[in-house]
Write a new protein. Structure first.
Lengths: 310, 358, 377
């Protein structure tokens, strides 16, 4: 049975499903990377995702338009980000805690709206898989990489884009400066509050899209609390990736593929208790970090509110 | 958690409080606006089913505590639907009052709810989850006038005012298994479960027994995903089954809504349980095992009205109508298969088929 | 030096913020066509209306306070512990094992041993992220999130396998729960309610944690490392060691909370597959309670009671006016956001005072948590 784990079917299955599973993590974790780079820890990702999830689903369900649904998720994510930004930047609230507050708000509100507006579990036609002539036909590779829907591709395109913005643009420089030394950035004329507003709202938008990628692209249903802790894992993956988009990608893929591996372990009937199998991705994520002792340091001003000196 | 340096900064410098305060006021208004805006989204919903005041006749009053939402298309909904049905039979809310606490997954909160309902003099307080039994055992002796019920189990703790109810979900699982083995062409079937316990385990074990009895050559792959809520992982589990060659799937608990979608995409067949899941994928759902708790509830209510408050365990079976196989009329099940299903149901009812569980 | 009124205002700020959040909640209740007065009357009634409901509030507040005490330690040491859920579970598992294994021993001994076991179990589950952070540079938010998930699966595995109630192992229902602790092992009830001795233990420990943090060298070093690790290292403090200690103690108190829940409330462990089914999310809510209490062990007592009252009262409100439980979650979130946002007013007044007095940090006293908060935040 163990040897079956190394058959091509299984390997292709693990890779393809790892790539799908990683999609929501990527959107949410890249968004979180931006806000953490600017010095803001947002623990409310899960709540933003759930609201994005519902908004996308509901709008798609009522209008029939997937793009309007996506737009709704973006709008709701931006609103949640705006509220978070106000609370953390202007009111200088304890970030970890306000994040938990926003998580609870999103968890409850998405469920409440679902009960009021939908009443029961329904399905929609989500974004279709995109068939790329030639590429999609390559055996193995085609199934793994070129048989996915647009939001999956979007997530992977986001990685180099985020890297570019963070490292090669003035905006990225400002974000990093604000996260490392807001006082210095401020004295150089960078508007710290504005930069943080930008990153937190961007984080909200990407969390909203992460939610949409579940409800109108990958799963095409909405159910209360359907993210089931995914948003918290996304925050953890930012630390795994050491605030680098490519590192975040690595973490998301590792976690997702091990998760997919444990599903295969069970399917192939390898005699491991199911609960122990389910633990695998969590344990391995920690072990990998332990093995590759990294010395990357968090942005210095992370979780620290900025107050301008006279 | 600011650094000492930061604290010093704060102490050393006075900030521009006045200016900030003006800005703040604007922003407070903005926040309020956002909150109100997002709330107004919810305005279009209807009103809640608030308990009505007692009419001329004394109504029968039921309180139910449930672990998930009343509209979960699974375990909790099966009970809520049954209560609504009885309400209709008994003549509406004036005659049969229902109050509920949903999403009471915190055992401790559920205990508080059960105690509170009991102290308000409800005729019957139902703890619809096997995790509530321990609490009922504590609470019931304090309210000898109130009747309690819990499920799914057969344990009444020898208390005169506790009813127990369970479902022989292995029976419907067995029927589903027989049909699944007949319809599978790839001879591989996938099962998505939450945690290997209780009702879920019983259903899955029955399902496996049904498959084995019909065609031992068919492989049943089982995947317990370790959660009742992770829709994404349930969906990926279904995809894994399909990649492993399964062309028929089944699953239990509320997170399987994610798996049904994947089955539909791959055009694999689906067998449901706990509630009728046909509406989610009308083209591929073959049959559902549906719980009709009203069968047990009716008997409980008439016993309570006759002054007997508990001490009995009910089991929903195919024989007593507590479990019903509901076939999807839109799925073209062949006559042979339908006949096989019917004879299996009949065999379980008359006892000629016995299901041996591991 | 500063007016009593001002102290009162600071102390009442979380209450005022909570009321403001509930005021926003009024809009939602109206949208749901529920009479807000009736709803909030039910909330009050559920939390404080009778001796029994106040006892329920205290029962709810007990694990919150225990977790909050641990949070006071870890956050003052500048390590973020969001692993309270997992630590509660592991503590409870170990404590339950003690009570189910040594059934012949006297009750007082087993209760004492079980509480120690809970403390140790939580300590291990908190200590691992501590070691990972201090010696392997693994961020504690990451490791505690992962450790929560691992603890849940561990609990599910144990309760449906090795630790399952022998009675359930026989039945078809196979409910994943342990056997019930025998009556001698239950924590004493303090009144004809569910209020149990665990509440007293938590209050006593609040004083102990206060002494630990401000009257011992360990506590001084934990806080020093939290405020400025570089300066601490320069001053000869073994920073890594105190990071581990902060997380370990933090986890230990959460583990104790888990043990107290088993021995004082449930008398057995039951799982519904999720963490919150057992913990009631106290591992998370305890963080909020600690922050409400300005990371001060003694102020965490009223803060936990306030938050416990809100949770208990909200459940009552759900039952009385039959609003969806989701509304309660929303209100809960709003309260957290409002309370944490209201802090700015306290800070600002304090800064004004400090500027006026032109003083150095005052000697911390239990009735002056504001100053300590500033030092440790």
């Amino acid at each position: 049975m163990i040897t079956e784990l190394f058959s091509t079917t299984v390997l292709i299955g693990i890779l393809a499903s790892g790539i799908r599973l990683a999609t929501p993590y990527l959107y949410a974790a890249i968004g979180e990377t931006f806000s953490q780079k600017s010095g803001v820890l947002n623990l409310g990702v899960e709540g933003q995702m759930l609201l994005g999830c519902f908004a996308a689903f509901y709008v798609t369900f009522t209008t029939g338009s997937l793009w309007l649904g996506l737009l709704a998720a973006i709008a709701v994510g931006a609103l949640m980000g705006l509220a978070m930004a106000f609370v953390t930047v202007n009111l200088r609230a304890q970030q970890g805690i306000s994040g938990i507050g926003f998580y609870l708000f999103g968890l409850g509100m998405s469920d409440l709206l679902f009960q009021r507006l939908m009443g029961t579990v329904e399905t929609v036609q989500g974004f279709p898989k995109i068939y790329i002539p030639g590429l999609s036909e390559i055996p193995g590779i085609g199934e793994i990489f070129f048989n996915q829907n647009i939001l999956v591709y979007g997530a992977y395109l986001l990685v180099p884009l985020a890297w570019f913005v963070l490292n090669k643009t003035t905006l990225g420089l400002k974000i990093r400066a604000v996260g490392e030394n807001p006082d210095a950035a401020d004295s150089l004329g960078v508007n710290v509050a504005r930069v943080r507003y930008f990153t937190i709202i961007l984080g909200g938008i990407l969390s909203g899209v992460a939610g949409a990628s579940l409800s109108i692209a990958l799963l095409n249903v909405f159910q209360q609390n359907m993210t089931s802790g995914l948003g918290f894992i996304a925050v953890a993956l930012v630390y795994f990736g050491a605030w680098h988009p490519v590192g975040v990608l690595g973490g998301a893929l590792l976690f997702s593929m091990v998760n997919s591996l444990q599903l295969w372990v069970q399917v192939l009937g390898i005699p491991i208790p199911s609960d122990i199998a389910v633990m695998m991705p969590y344990v391995l994520t920690i072990l990998v970090l332990v093995a590759t002792v990294s010395r990357v340091r968090a942005p210095s001003a992370l979780t620290k509110p900025f107050e301008r000196d006279e | 958690m600011a650094s000492g340096l930061f604290v010093m900064n704060k102490m050393l410098y006075e900030t521009r409080i006045v200016k900030m305060e003006k800005k703040m006021k604007k922003l407070v208004w903005l926040l309020t606006l956002i909150v109100v805006l997002s709330l107004s989204l919810s305005a279009c919903g209807g009103s809640t089913a608030a308990p009505e005041e007692a009419a001329a006749m004394e109504p029968f009053r039921v309180a139910v505590v449930m672990p998930s939402a009343i509209n979960d298309l699974a375990f909790s909904q099966s009970m809520y639907d049954a209560l609504l049905l009885i309400q209709e039979e008994m003549g509406g809310p004036e005659m049969f009052e229902i109050v509920y606490s949903e999403n009471m997954f915190v055992v401790d909160d559920a205990a508080a709810a059960i105690r509170d309902y009991a102290s308000q003099g409800y005729d019957l307080v139902i703890g619809h989850g096997s995790q509530y039994g321990s609490s009922l055992q504590e609470i019931a002796p304090d309210f000898p006038e109130t009747s309690f019920a819990w499920g799914t189990t057969s344990e009444t703790f020898g208390q005169p005012n506790i009813f127990a109810y369970s479902a022989s979900s292995q029976q419907g699982g067995y029927v589903n298994g027989v049909l699944a083995a007949t319809l599978s062409q790839s001879a591989t079937i996938g099962v998505v479960g939450p945690i290997e316990v209780g009702d879920a385990k019983l259903y899955v074990d029955g399902f496996k027994a049904g498959v084995a009895a019909t065609n031992p050559a068919v492989t049943v792959n089982v995947n317990y995903i370790g959660s009742f809520s992770d829709v994404a992982l349930a969906s990926e589990a279904a995809t894994t089954h399909i990649s492993a060659g399964a062309d028929v799937l089944t699953g239990t608990a509320q997170m399987v809504v994610g798996a049904i979608g994947k089955a539909e995409e791959a055009n694999a067949l689906w067998f449901g349980t706990q509630s009728n899941q046909t509406s989610l994928a009308p083209s591929i759902v073959v049959a559902n095992q549906v719980y009709h708790w009203e069968v047990a509830l009716r008997e409980m209510i008439s016993m309570i009205q006759a002054g007997e408050l508990g001490g009995k365990a009910f089991d929903a079976t195919l024989a007593n109508g507590g479990e019903v196989m509901e076939f999807n009329p839109d799925y073209a099940l062949s006559d042979d298969a339908k006949a096989l299903a019917d004879s299996t149901i009949q065999g379980i009812i008359d006892g000629s088929i016995t299901i041996t569980l591991p | 030096m500063r007016s009593k009124l001002s102290t009162l205002f600071d102390a009442l700020l979380p209450v005022i913020a909570t009321l403001a959040a509930l005021a926003v909640g009024t809009v939602m209740l109206l949208l749901l066509k529920v009479n807000p007065i009736e709803a909030y009357a039910a909330l009050w009634d559920g939390a404080f209306g009778s001796a029994n409901s106040f006892a329920e509030t205290l029962v709810k507040a007990t694990p919150l306070l225990l977790v909050a005490l641990g949070i006071c330690i870890s956050f003052r040491g500048d390590v973020i512990n969001i692993g309270g859920e997992g630590q509660m579970i592991v503590g409870a598992v170990l404590a339950t094992w003690v009570g189910l294994t040594f059934t012949e021993a006297p009750g007082w001994l087993i209760i004492a041993l079980a509480l120690v076991a809970g403390f140790v179990g939580g300590g291990i589950w908190g200590g691992i992220p501590g070691v990972l952070k201090a010696y392997f540079n693994v961020n504690e938010i990451l490791s505690t999130v992962m450790m929560n998930a691992i603890a849940v699966q561990l609990m599910n595995f144990l309760l449906r396998g090795p630790m399952i109630d022998p009675a359930q192992a026989e039945l078809a229902s196979k409910i994943p729960q342990t056997a019930r602790l025998i009556d001698e092992f239950h924590l004493a009830r303090l009144a004809p309610t569910r209020l149990h001795a665990g509440a007293l233990i938590a209050v006593v420990l609040a004083v102990v944690v206060y002494i630990l943090l401000w009257r011992t060298i360990w506590g001084y070093r934990i806080r020093a490392v939290g405020q400025n690790p570089h300066a601490s290292r320069y001053a000869g403090i073994k920073v890594s060691r105190y990071m581990v200690l902060a997380l370990l103690l933090s986890g230990a108190f959460a583990g104790l909370a888990g043990a107290v829940q088993v021995y004082g409330v449930n008398y057995r462990m039951i799982t519904d597959g999720s963490a919150s089914g057992f913990t009631g999310s106290a591992g998370f809510n305890g963080i909020v309670a600690a922050l409400f209490g300005q990371l001060h062990p003694l102020w965490s007592i009223p803060a936990s009671i306030l938050f416990g009252a809100l949770l208990v009262g909200a459940n009552k409100m759900q039952r009385v006016v039959q609003v969806p439980s989701a509304l309660i979650t929303v209100l809960n979130g709003l309260v957290v956001v409002f309370v944490v946002s209201s802090e700015i007013w306290r800070h600002r007044r304090q800064r004004r005072r400090l500027a006026a007095a032109g003083e150095e940090e005052a000697q911390p006293k239990p009735d002056q948590p504001q100053v300590q908060k500033e030092a440790g935040q």
